[in-house]
Design a binder for this molecule. Sequence first.
Ligand SMILES: [Zn+2]
Length: 179
Amino acid sequence: MTTTSFVELPAGALRMPVSRTNDLVLDVADPASPWRRRDLAISGLLLGAGLVGIFACWFTGSGELTYTDQVPWLVNSVLCGVVSVLGLVYWLVRGFRQVNLMQRDVQRWLVPWVTEQHAALRTGDAVPISAGTLVSAPTMTRVHHAHCPMVRGKSGVAAVTEDEIRERGLTQCGACHRG
Ligand SMILES: [Zn+2]
């Protein structure tokens, strides 16, 4: 048997504005890609200029008759190659930087939710119920073992007796009554 757990975001998290302290953050053309249009344009220009330069050097250099005349064009094409590589490096660096910034913003966005969940876990642990005890709450229709994650942090959870379970017609939780 599989159990599906749903995670509810606190209302505060959805209202929380995304940080605008850095203009790079989430300022991308396509949310699935971390590159801004300007970054793509710059790396594309560097790469393109380098490749065009290499071609131009090859074309001009091959027209020279002697080796001595060809050497300067060879050197130039190497320099153009460096420009192309710089374009690719720039592309990588900007991408990684943007991913880091977006990651930081998502973490910040989740803070209220994480805090709430953490507080709920601590409250749940603070309830002094020994293992093996069956628990439920007035609003629940099922009975759980005290360690069950379904009752963790829920309000009104208290130990119930066999009589109470029969009286209220509580059924066993599928998650913690396995096996
Ligand atoms: Zn349970």
